[in-house]
Ligand binder design. Structure first.
Ligand code: SF4
Length: 95
């Protein structure tokens, strides 16, 4: 499971240091605020990404875990429901 980089736009003060440390994943917009590439941080850039997080003067950068992919197929139980409960409900409804 990879991690993605996120910026807290409230905390970020637009120093631009992160884009200098990790230009492969972070660019700056017209106002100098970071724009982070979508997707997980590639393993080959993990060290530079950690450095960008720790060196951000505003502590505005952080790692967030990449969500696990959900179960395949049309039946997806909601919170607190098992697959068999969903199946039973569908059967009662005649689906
Ligand atoms: S180094 Fe930190 S404060 Fe500066 S632009 Fe990047 S996220 Fe914002």
């Amino acid at each position: 499971m990879g991690s993605t980089l996120r910026v807290n736009p409230i905390a970020c003060s637009g120093h631009g240091l992160c884009a200098e440390l990790l230009p492969e994943l972070i660019t700056l917009d017209d106002w100098g605020y970071p724009v982070i590439a979508d997707g997980p941080v590639p393993l080959r850039l993990a060290r530079e990404a950690r450095r960008a997080v720790t060196d951000c003067p505003a502590l505005a950068l952080r790692f967030t875990p990449q969500p696990e992919p959900g179960p395949a197929g049309p039946v997806r139980p909601g919170p607190g429901r098992s697959e068999s409960q969903v199946f039973q409900k569908k059967r009662r409804a005649g689906a």
